[in-house]
Design a protein around this ligand. Structure first.
Ligand SMILES: [Cu+2]
Length: 214
């Protein structure tokens, strides 16, 4: 079941986050246990895998989500709403293009502990959000994935003042507090792996994506 959060559920408040995904806590604990067990292995392997293509990995991991129901079932159940109540995100400022509707998987997002983000991380095969374009015939077309990590969570994991994260050889874009999502400073990277973007694989906006059918 999809829940709509009143504010951007990227983690502005703990409660909106967990309300949108009642099973999140259990899932997270399971994931954390699994992560702890594999952290050392991953650390050992990272030097070998860093810089590998990655986009094919992201495609392989998310191909199943071309079926929208499969994404919801996998935990991408929090529909992202901006502060104006818009779910289908397009460039209302410069009209460069659209993104679509973001569905966040809270299990992949930073944890919020006592008002502070921790455990910030990014992984090519587990994007924090999958993005759909509503089509004229009422379907949801998978178009992109987005990796999102708060600056606070990222620095909690990688040290104060740590450089911005990168994936696919591309540095994330910083988005400062005061943004349309009501989030504190965060880093994000889009990958248009399911719909070609004439402006580039990692541009925020895709001129071929429209919210006209939302
Ligand atoms: Cu986006």
């Amino acid at each position: 079941m999809i829940s709509r959060a009143a504010v951007y559920p990227y983690g502005r408040t703990d409660s909106s986050f967990h309300r949108s995904n009642p099973k999140g806590e259990t899932m997270k604990k399971t994931l954390l246990a699994a992560c702890a067990a594999t952290a050392l292995l991953l650390a050992a392997a990272s030097s070998a895998t860093a810089g590998a293509g990655g986009l094919s990995e992201a495609r392989a991991a998310t191909a199943q989500f071309q079926r929208f129901d499969a994404a919801v079932a996998a935990g991408y159940s929090a529909e992202v709403i901006d502060l104006n109540g818009l779910a289908c995100i397009d460039d209302i400022e410069h009209h460069t293009g659209g993104m679509g509707i973001h569905y966040l998987n809270p299990a992949y997002f930073d944890r919020l502990v006592n008002g502070h983000f921790v455990d910030g991380n990014v992984d090519a095969s587990t994007p924090e959000a999958v993005i759909y374009e509503p089509t004229a015939n009422g379907r949801m077309r998978l178009v992109a994935v987005e990796y999102i990590v708060t600056k606070e969570g990222w620095e909690a994991s990688h040290g104060a003042g740590a450089p911005a994260p990168s994936l696919f050889g591309q540095e994330f874009e910083p988005v400062l507090a005061g943004n349309r999502y009501g989030l504190p400073d965060f880093y994000e990277l889009h990958a248009w792996i399911w719909k070609n973007n004439p402006l580039g694989m990692h541009n925020d906006w895709n001129p071929t994506v429209t919210c006209a059918n939302a």
